[in-house]
Write a protein that binds this ligand. Structure first.
Ligand code: AMP
Length: 229
């Protein structure tokens, strides 16, 4: 598959870079999306972050979504499709974006096609064993979304984000029952997107078991972006 980002590697930034990170919960999509955002200077569009923002603000939509999120179930398609359609219409998405956690169903993928054309879908593959250990130990900054792990990568000061000083907490859906349900939902509803995007010639698979920096290097390589530039 041809690299999509020659212009970025050359510092031109003229080519579009509309990316989507696919993968089970805990595959490292959020971590990779944040690294890509810094590297490519295009926004990370995380439906999970946007929904948690709506929950924190106690909007009607947020309160409805929370029920599904805490149970580890998917929020109804029409809700997330509307959120993403509005977000992608904002000017900072014109040159590109990194979709993180959307689409999660074929219905969402079909809807996305009506308002955006992806350049590449990166499927981050991680063993189930590793996913459960990552999610059960995961801690997240409430303010900036930075991701930590109680054992593998704790913040320097317990409960305080290294990057912004925000409060580091455990997401209410990062508990065992919810993790099991999210994996089940992934298998039933999201995994079919792997074949769906492969058929469209957009899919590239990445080994997500490696260290985050190595996973990022593989992704940049696949995109044709020089690691150095
Ligand atoms: P995430 O932060 O991506 O793990 O998402 C957390 C939760 O938000 C999921 O378990 C779902 O309940 C909900 N969610 C996020 N993105 C979507 C989506 N594209 N479709 C449906 N529900 C979603």
């Amino acid at each position: 598959m041809a690299p999509v980002a020659r212009a970025y590697a050359a510092g031109g930034g003229a080519e579009s870079m509309k990316l989507m990170l696919l993968g089970a919960p805990g595959a490292g999509k959020g971590t990779q999306a944040k690294m890509l955002m810094d590297r490519l200077r295009i926004p990370q569009i995380s439906t999970g972050d946007m929904l948690r923002g709506a929950v924190a603000q106690q909007t009607a939509m947020g309160l409805e979504a929370k029920r599904y999120m805490d149970a580890g179930e998917l929020v109804p398609d029409e809700v997330v499709i509307g959120i993403v359609r509005d977000r992608l219409a904002e000017p900072d998405c014109a040159k590109g974006f990194i979709l993180d956690g959307f689409p999660r169903t074929v219905v969402q993928a079909e809807a996305l096609e009506t308002f955006a054309a992806l350049d590449r879908v990166l499927d981050v593959q991680v063993s189930e064993e590793r996913i459960v250990s990552r999610l059960s130990g995961r801690r997240t900054c409430r303010a900036c979304g930075a991701i930590y792990h109680v054992v593998n990568s704790p913040p320097s000061v317990d409960g305080v984000c290294d990057q912004c000083g925000g409060v580091v907490y455990q997401r209410s859906d990062d508990n065992e029952a919810s993790i099991r349900e999210r994996l089940e939902q992934y298998r039933a509803k999201t995994a079919p997107l792997v074949a769906w995007y492969a058929d469209k010639g957009l899919l590239a698979s990445v080994d997500g078991d490696a260290d985050p920096e190595d996973v990022q290097a593989t992704i940049l390589d696949l995109l044709g972006v020089s690691d150095q530039s």
